[in-house]
Ligand binder design. Sequence first.
Ligand code: SF4
Ligand code: SF4
Length: 94
Amino acid sequence: MYNELDNWHKIYNPCQFEKNICLKNRKDNTINGCCPTCKLNTAVGCSIRSLGCKLFLCQEAYNNLSNEAKEKYLNLKFMISDLKLYIELNYQID
Ligand code: SF4
Ligand code: SF4
């Protein structure tokens, strides 16, 4: 699922990073996208593969997507919600 989202990002490039400055950062005059204060952020990017982080899009990035990209994003989002529900219903995590 993570890889599918990653591929979607590669195809549609929603955050449009240029030198660690994303679409929204360019408006806000900040850097490092959504991760400026996260301890898992390194000089070469995120040190883990977080599905939650990969799924997140700010309103700025979402609004900038084509209809096709939005449709594929929403499909992936629903699939992840279904997967989460399946895990919650079938596995008890202590
Ligand atoms: S989701 Fe928004 S704030 Fe986060 S990296 Fe993408 S454009 Fe930047
Ligand atoms: S876990 Fe990774 S992607 Fe998520 S906020 Fe931290 S550095 Fe960013």
